[in-house]
Design a protein around this ligand. Structure first.
Ligand code: TXE
Length: 503
């Protein structure tokens, strides 16, 4: 529904299978980062809506038709979701671009790939088996049941809103859980479109998937602290992750966190130079550097450092800035105004620390294809790993190049960081590839490629990059809990004051 003269689209949120405004009547504007203009109004929800959504999810989990549905039927529901995403992938990608300013080529690749998660976990749904265990008491029959944890709260960031919600929702539904999703206040629209076109059409019982839009403090915290939420899965900044984890601990929730990174992309002198240059570019300038796996520390062996940097700068200089809805654009705007300021402040910090700016180093104006929230692809050389520009996550198109002498030093610098999300290795030596991959403390290591993800491969962080893993068969475990059942087929009795052990 358009909003008067400004013609803003007015969204409602989706709770218990119904569309609803915030009880307060409040909304907030969402912006197109490319034009800098507001284009839609999002309900500004708070605790009241969180309570309604969690109650709906709890009813669906405990007593609604979802709780009685067979695992096979749940699997079919996930496949229906996959089919609907396939039908609407293009529209969903366009909404993502309008709301978060990422490239249409990137967002379309994501929305077209998203169905695989629902097909994959839909296939797993009725293959979740418990186990019969032969305990050391022959008169007992003992088995383990795998049960869904319950209502899950998902908190997602602005960089890949639908993809990151999918990584949580698909395994959770397959396990039999229900969900309340709190998207980023900067990019809520694509999830609401997803609810309208996919979830509301997938013949799911009411309350199985709910959305509460709003800010982190007003809507996020009540979700994290709600007593009926059994698990929180969060993707976002490390400081927010720590806050979420602390709040969730008070009610003993299960928590998985996918946080920030400062990933090393390591270039050895035996690499294929052209591939490594392209890999370094994709590591930092794809998605305007706004990706948790950005290869923001480029470690280059000193023997090829100068020639590598020359090629890198030459290629990065060619990057086409512009309208993210056009397929030919390679670098789009920064998604949020605070993020834009943060990136520019880190460029100043790097200059102040004495790093050598060899490309970019500031805002990109209209004449360069940029606009309101554009930052030039920026490369710093002469970076020492102790500098803030090497240690702190910028989340923008800013690359720190660090020289190293040999393999030993490369591994030491790569691991000398609080984070451990991803790493890249560029080498032609199989021995070095396996050897260095084993020594890097990170959840994902790419060799001669970068930024590859799949529904089949676990994803998550070591150290301050998070807790738990998303994707792959193991992700389903974080939405399940084990129940041990003991059936005594033998005589009763025995000493009631002594624990029943076999000893
Ligand atoms: O993320 P936040 P922001 C990094 C990046 C960026 C920084 C901050 O470095 O500069 O984080 O970005 C919700 N209780 N990443 O501020 O705050 C919030 O509403 C509960 C990395 O956008 O972490 C949103 O839905 N929820 C990251 C979500 O948390 C709270 C992607 C993420 O917001 C909350 C984005 C609270 N107290 C930024 N406060 C990645 N790893 O991909 C906020 N939220």
């Amino acid at each position: 529904m358009p909003d008067g003269a400004r013609n803003l689209q007015k969204y409602e949120t989706y709770i218990d299978g119904k569309w609803t405004a915030a009880r307060s009547g409040k909304t907030f504007e969402t912006y197109n980062p490319y034009t800098g203009e507001a284009w839609a109004l999002i309900p500004d929800c708070a605790k009241e809506e969180v309570d309604l959504a969690v109650e709906a999810a709890a009813r669906a989990f405990e007593s609604g038709p979802w709780s009685k549905m067979t695992a096979t039927a749940r699997g079919k529901a996930l496949r229906r979701i996959a089919g609907l995403i396939e039908r609407h992938a293009e529209h969903l990608a366009q909404i993502e671009v309008r709301d978060n300013g990422k490239l249409i080529s990137e967002m379309l690749a994501q929305t077209k790939y998203m169905p695989e998660w629902y097909y994959y976990y839909g296939g797993i749904a009725d293959k979740i088996h418990g186990q019969v265990v032969s305990v050391d008491r022959p008169e007992h029959f003992t088995y383990i049941l795998k049960e869904p944890v319950g209502v899950c709260g998902f908190i997602t960031p602005w960089n890949s809103p639908l993809m990151l919600a999918t990584w949580k929702l698909a395994p959770a539904l397959a396990a039999g859980c229900t969900a309340v999703i709190k998207p980023s206040e900067y990019t809520s629209a694509s999830l609401l479109e997803f609810m309208r076109l996919v979830i509301a059409e997938a013949d799911l019982p009411p309350g199985v998937v709910n959305v509460v839009t709003g800010t982190g403090v007003n809507a996020g915290e009540p979700l994290v602290t709600h007593p009926k939420v059994a698990k929180i899965a969060f993707t976002g900044g490390t400081l927010t992750g720590a806050r979420v984890s602390e709040l969730a601990a008070k009610s003993f929730k299960k928590v998985s966190l996918e946080l920030g990174g400062k990933s090393p992309n390591i270039v050895f002198d035996d690499c294929n130079l052209e591939d490594a240059v392209s890999g370094a570019i994709s590591g930092i300038f794809a998605a305007t550097g706004q990706t948790c796996i950005a290869g923001s520390r480029l470690l280059v062996q000193e023997t090829i450092h100068d020639v590598f940097v020359e090629k890198l700068v030459a290629m990065a200089r060619q990057a086409r800035l512009g309208d993210p809805s056009k397929f030919e654009t390679q670098v789009g705007p920064v998604t949020t105004p605070p993020q834009y300021k943060k990136i520019l402040s880190y460029i100043d910090i790097a200059k102040g620390e004495g790093a050598n700016c060899v490309l970019g180093g500031g805002p990109a104006g209209k004449e360069e294809g940029g606009g309101t929230y554009f930052v030039k692809p920026t490369i710093f050389t002469g970076v020492d790993n102790k500098m803030r520009i090497a240690q702190e996550e910028v989340f923008g198109p800013v690359l720190s190049v660090i020289k190293f002498k040999d393999e030993e030093e490369a591994v030491r610098i790569a691991n000398d960081i609080a984070y451990g999300l991803g790493a890249g290795i560029w080498t032609q030596s199989v021995k070095r590839a396996h050897g260095v991959a084993a020594r890097i403390r990170a959840g994902t290591v790419w060799v001669n490629t970068y930024r590859a993800v799949s529904f089949l491969m676990p994803f998550g962080g070591y150290k301050a990059s998070g807790l738990g893993r998303e994707n792959g068969a193991e992700a389903i475990e974080s939405y399940l809990q084990s129940k041990s059942v003991w059936i005594n087929n033998g005589p009763g009795g025995g000493n009631p004051f002594v624990m029943k052990t076999s000893g």
